[in-house]
Design a binder for this molecule. Structure first.
Ligand SMILES: [Zn+2]
Length: 481
């Protein structure tokens, strides 16, 4: 068995065991590792470089829509967390508590933030006095802790990184516009940067965020046909403002409560990226967020060959500086080992340069997504590589979209859903009457949850898939992460 074959066989087969394939890729691509703390992972430098690129691309969009960043405390006093009943009830089972400092018990327990609504809105109550103080549009990049019973790297970890935006507005309409504006910002970020096609929709009552009036979501389909909630945006109406006393003197001299929203996106998206684009050889990273967009593999045998290859590579590195994120692998491994390693790590383009290439004044360029190989004259690399990266970015999106469409089905009854989902996972569009009982019936029988009521597509005409009543709405059901 060659070294190359052995290498790839270290990853589980996607078809046999998607979950193990996923974990193998996370570990072997060195995105993350298990830590001594149960349920908490270490994000390794390669995974963190990916996260930094994602974070920067989202952060610039958050700022471009008028928001500013700030930082709030990690700890939340118990009395504060309990101010909004629905919210505390929703999070209570997952909250980690600090009860002592050194040898002394604390007078009041401190929650480690599972989310920061109560902390940030408490500060807003100090900062908002008049309608002139509104809107308040603040985002925070932070870590949060939710004590999960079952964890899965990136997808569900006890501690994770995220951004949480919290806004307060003068009117209901402004708040509603904000909720949908940020949903659109998320859509643009995920589809443009991560090449993951999305369905935008509203969550049902049972699936919405604790304390929210309405939760909107972006839902993506993973490579095994399961759904993944990739980000959420919530409207809280006025009841958080009532609980936290965020009131202001309005233009007409009346005192009114503000309307608040929040929206968040997490390191879970790295999991979405892996499961949307990865293949049998490992990760495939969209060029826009890939830590290395191009990896250069020098190929040489004799000393005189090495010098020529080195010269050519130095020249290429200089020419491409500032144009593409390029990494030259000078390590002592064989070229074959390096090909596999960087395929596994999902680098969009591999550039091979050997003595014959140098003599011909060209490089061999290989795409990670299609494995297509072409010879490119060295003088054309600076124009051809950026164009190729764009191509790959679009091709990944189109491929994921085509896959989602092939796994999306219109169904009319729970029997049909139960039969089809056993055959193959996917998105199932159906009419739902709106009752929690019918939603639960679907979940119990098929394991599929109501992902969202899509904002586009679906006319809601026809009988409810469970009870047969008409006058419902179109809903998407799927088994989900
Ligand atoms: Zn029904």
């Amino acid at each position: 068995m060659s070294q190359e074959t052995r290498f790839v066989q270290d990853i589980a087969d996607q078809e046999d065991d998607f979950s193990r394939w996923y974990t193998d890729v996370v570990l072997k691509a060195e995105l993350a590792d298990y830590s001594p703390v149960r349920g908490c992972m270490v994000i390794r430098p390669y995974g963190f470089a990916l996260w930094e690129n994602m974070r920067d691309a989202l952060d610039s969009r958050i700022k471009a829509t008028g928001h500013v960043n700030a930082y709030f405390p990690l700890f939340i006093p118990e009395s504060l967390l309990k101010k909004e009943a629905e919210h505390v009830e929703g999070f209570n089972p997952e909250v980690a508590w600090v009860t002592a400092a050194g040898d002394e018990d604390l007078e009041e327990r401190l929650a480690i933030r599972p989310t920061s609504e109560v902390m940030i809105l408490t500060m807003y109550s100090k900062w908002v006095q008049s309608w002139r103080d509104l809107p308040l549009l603040i985002n925070q990049w932070a870590n949060v802790v939710r004590w999960e019973k079952r964890t899965h790297m990136f997808l569900r970890t006890t501690e994770f990184l995220w951004q949480e935006g919290h806004t307060a507005h003068r009117t209901e309409q402004e708040a509603q516009e904000e909720v949908l504006r940020m949903l659109e910002v998320y859509r643009d970020f995920v589809e443009t940067e991560l090449a993951i096609p999305l369905v935008l929709g509203r969550k049902s009552e049972s699936e919405k965020f604790a304390g929210a009036q309405a939760t909107y979501t972006i839902e993506a389909m993973m490579g095994d046909g399961r759904a993944l909630q990739a980000g959420t945006s919530h409207g809280f109406g006025q009841h958080f403002a009532e609980a936290f006393n965020i009131s202001f003197l309005d233009m007409d001299g009346e005192r009114r409560n503000a309307w608040t929203t929040s929206w968040g996106m997490t390191t879970r998206l790295i999991g979405a990226l892996i499961m949307t684009h990865g293949d049998a050889s490992g990760l495939i990273l969209p060029p826009r967020v890939a830590p290395h967009q191009v990896v250069v593999i020098p190929i040489f045998r004799k000393d005189d060959e090495e010098e020529r290859v080195r010269e050519a590579i130095n020249e290429i590195t200089q020419r491409l500086a500032g144009q593409v994120r390029l990494h030259v692998d000078w390590s002592e491994h064989t070229p074959g080992w390096k090909f596999n390693e960087w395929e596994l790590r999902g680098v969009p383009i591999r550039l091979e340069i050997g003595p014959r290439d140098v003599a011909a004044g060209q490089a061999t360029v290989v795409r990670r997504d299609t494995r297509e190989k072409q010879a490119v004259p060295l003088g054309e690399l600076a124009t051809r590589l950026p164009a190729l990266l764009d191509d790959i970015q679009h091709a990944l999106f189109e491929r994921a979209l085509a896959f989602r469409e092939s796994r999306t089905h219109q169904i009319s009854s729970i029997d049909e859903l139960a039969a089809q989902i056993e055959q193959e996972r996917g998105f199932f569009w159906a009419v739902w009457c709106g009752s929690a009982a019918c939603e639960t019936a679907v979940k119990t029988r098929t394991g599929a949850t109501l992902r969202c009521l899509p904002l586009e597509g679906g006319d809601g005409v026809g009988p409810c898939l469970v009870c047969g009543q008409s006058g419902g709405k179109t809903a998407i059901f799927a088994r989900a992460y």
